[in-house]
Design a protein around this ligand. Sequence first.
Ligand SMILES: Cc1ncc(COP(=O)(O)O)c(C=O)c1O
Length: 361
Amino acid sequence: MVNLRIPGPTPLPPQVLDSLTLTMISHRGKSYEIIQERIVKNLQHFFQTKNPVYLLTASGTGGLETAVVNFFSPGDEVIFFTCGEFGNRWSEIARRFQLKVNQVSFPEGRAVDKDVVKQTLSRAKKLAGVFITHNETGTGVLNDLFSIAPLVKNHPAKPLLLVDSVSALGGVNLPMDRLKIDVLISASQKAWMASPGIAMIAVSPQAWARHKTSTMPRYYFDLSLYEKFAQKNQTPATPAVSVLYSLDASLTMMKKQGREKIFQKHLTLRDYFRNQIRKLGLKLVVADHEASPTVTSIWPPQGVDEAVWRKLLREKYQLVIAGGMGGLKGKIVRVAHMGFVSKKDLDQVIVAFKKSLKEIL
Ligand SMILES: Cc1ncc(COP(=O)(O)O)c(C=O)c1O
């Protein structure tokens, strides 16, 4: 069996796979409404919020665009704190929708520095929003929202705080309400153990107030429509029903397993994997205190072409891992450990690394 260790889509548990064979139903009928209601309730539990969570038929990027077009007007001044390709992508979306973007970038492999956040915020007079990627999947860095969120929320201009947690939420503790996050986004194919095709977005009352005055053009991603239909536990357009079946099945499993246990499992597996990688003599890209609980980046040994290595792993060892992105393209490899993953899966990675490197070196 293939060991799929890319940071999404991630492997699906058998119960989730089974759910994908369920028959089609009307998305305007009671059976559907019961499913959507249950999914939203379970998502609120994992987002740790009382705010509404909307289900978009889109990948994570659709969620990022939804955040840009619903709460701002062209010309609004915003800050992006970025440390990799997914932060870059989000800021590019904002530029295309004519926001005035101040992008503060940190080196790839490093987290957003809270002292720099503090200084940058202290210089900002007009500030409509602050955007940050919780887990930068391109490098394997987890940003510390527990220290950054209060800095943003104490700013006198009362900016919205918008967080992309596409590749962490569900597996990592990020209490939306406690941290006063205004807009929080995730996507089904990551730690949620569901198939790709659904982005989730939760919206605070402060963000809703902004939505009312936002003049940005939008249609498919207009959250007013989502809110209207959510009253009936429906979506404005036809939802990806099968993907929702899978999300419903995975959330039911996750709820049974328990939120804290899942968070702890991700931390334990991260630490275990990093130790095993070190024992192989390989170097990690990210320092321990900034390391992502869901994806780990590794420098290939000197003289090893990462593409050649990954091809060998894929073809001979049935192990699929990711390469680098942006400035790290061709330079690193990334191994995901989010959602449906066990110590055994990671042991297989280590064995495959050991054997394959013996062949190459
Ligand atoms: C942090 C982050 N943001 C956004 C995205 C984009 O999500 P999608 O590929 O589902 O559009 C990804 C995908 O890997 C991601 O990891």
